[in-house]
Design a protein around this ligand. Structure first.
Ligand code: TYD
Ligand code: MG
Length: 466
């Protein structure tokens, strides 16, 4: 078994002491020491040094990856984020807010793994609760073995003794502890030390391990941000608990692409993968309503269509409100200022409410143009032309800027039957885009400010580098 030692580490210069000190003897900073753990391999299982073994570098081209056999979860959206399934000995951290559906998705994976044997370490729930969940999901759970144990050393010895284990699930990492480490379970040294021990066990046995980790309000895996360096893969399960859609994102993956996204729907009988997300998101979209605009946004390498909704009403008291749900409120303020200045539309007397339908969060700048058009469509009470989609970044000068993956976005829009694509390729300025998007041939170029901008931009274009 590897040895664990408690040390105190200076957060400023990384100096380590065996006991807590107020001032760091190395860098002189005060109150920078935190309790930490160091896990060291014993000489038998660690490096080859000192064993009389000749150590030589291996030519990379001679290393074959063909023999790596991935364990498919049989859920294509989950495999997509993993990069094709679990790699032997892979340690995956599944993070998310409490109640978002982490245990549910893992139960779904256990169900879809069929007869493959899974060890489920239950630290949060009793076996009864897990049984109720499985029953609710119509899962007989014959391949699922529950271990109600919090001691990490005991968990590892059970996992090593069990035969033919395909996967170990630890729900959650904040509930397990080691007697060798100081502090209560969930504390930084405990979580870090236990994760290191489990990672070593995973590498030794070749069994993939999924660790569940809760995130706090700031969206950081509670306390142990340090875990991110230990594990191979980090998946975040996100979504608005009020809505049924959930997104599974990769933020780190040693065995596959990052920024991949899997989309799921929380249903009565567990988490169902969504194979045609855009179609589903647009199901409730009512064409011909003012303030509604369809945006094409990239989620990882996949284009998705979202409905951006804006509602503008006259401000009743002095200061106009700008509220955004699923979109950055500061970005909305910038776009509102750009609209006012570059199109001449006065929004100072309007409250603006922006919403991304379905409870999603959009952070891509490619949604800017759709947000601007939705706001203008609402304030002018003119619907956007039917079968049109929008994407593009809006610059402070009112120009529509290029975004990545234009081909993929257009292809997805056309596949779903959209005919008019308003993008940096078809509109150079916000004014042009709005004129193309709004029905009844609304033309903003007649606006006072718009004219002024045209002269400004001409003057700017005249200055050429020499
Ligand atoms: P859970 O997986 O327990 O969340 P976490 O492990 O992330 O804390 O899921 C909690 C919610 O999911 C709970 O409010 C009930 C709901 N749920 C469903 O809607 N359908 C289901 O089939 C299951 C099992 C749970
Ligand atoms: Mg849970």
């Amino acid at each position: 078994m590897p040895k664990i030692r408690t040390v105190y580490t200076c957060q400023n210069c990384n100096y380590q002491a065996s006991h807590w000190v107020g001032q760091c003897p190395q860098c002189g900073e005060w109150n920078t020491f935190i309790e930490d753990v160091v896990v060291s391999q014993n000489s038998k299982s660690g490096s080859h040094a000192g064993k009389g073994v000749t150590i030589a570098p291996i030519q990379l081209s001679k290393i074959s990856t063909k023999n790596i056999k991935r364990l498919s979860s049989n859920i294509s959206e989950f495999d997509r984020v993993l990069g094709g399934g679990f790699v032997p000995g892979q340690v995956v951290l599944l993070a998310g807010e409490p109640g978002i559906g982490k245990s549910t998705i893992l139960t779904d994976i256990a169900k879809s793994l069929g007869d493959k044997k899974i060890l489920y370490v239950a630290g949060e729930e009793s076996p009864d609760q897990i049984k109720i969940r499985a029953e609710r999901m119509g899962y007989p759970a014959e391949n699922l073995f529950i271990l109600q144990e919090s001691g990490v050393e005991q968990i590892i010895s059970v996992a090593e003794a069990e035969k033919d284990l395909a996967l170990i699930i630890v729900d959650s990492v904040q509930t397990i502890y080691s007697d060798e480490i100081a502090g209560i379970s969930g504390s930084l040294p405990q979580v870090r030390g236990c994760t290191q021990l489990l990672t070593m066990a995973a590498k030794r046995t070749g069994i993939p391990v999924v660790l569940v980790g809760h995130v706090n309000k700031e969206g950081v895996v509670a306390g142990p941000k340090v875990l991110e360096h230990i594990v191979d893969t980090i998946l975040y399960l996100e979504g608005d608990p009020q809505h049924m859609f959930r997104m599974l994102r990769t933020s780190k993956n040693r065995f596959g692409p990052v920024s991949e996204v899997g989309i799921f729907e929380m249903q009565e009988k567990g988490m169902k993968e969504v194979k045609n997300p855009s179609e589903l998101f647009l199901e409730e979209h009512v064409a011909g309503t003012s303030g509604s605009c369809i945006a094409v946004v990239m989620e990882g390498y996949r284009p998705l269509l979202f409905e951006v909704q804006a509602l503008t009403i006259r401000t009743s008291f002095g200061y106009p409100r700008r509220t955004a749900s699923g979109f950055n409120a500061n970005r909305l303020q910038v776009l509102v200022a750009t609209i006012e200045k570059r199109t001449g539309i006065d929004l100072s007397g309007h409250d603006i409410y922006l919403n991304i339908a379905g409870g999603f969060k959009i952070s891509e700048y490619a949604a800017d143009l759709a947000v601007c058009i939705a706001v203008i469509s609402s304030v002018k009470d003119l619907p956007i032309k039917e079968k049109s989609v929008v994407y593009g970044e809006v610059g402070l000068n009112g120009e529509v800027r290029r975004v990545s993956h234009t081909e993929k976005r257009s292809k997805e829009a056309k596949k779903l039957g959209f005919e008019i694509i308003i993008s940096p390729e078809t509109a150079k300025s916000l004014n042009e885009a709005v004129s193309k998007a709004l029905s009844k041939g609304y033309n903003l170029d007649s606006g006072k400010h718009a004219k002024q901008n045209t002269t400004e931009s001409k003057r700017y274009n005249a200055v050429k580098p020499v």
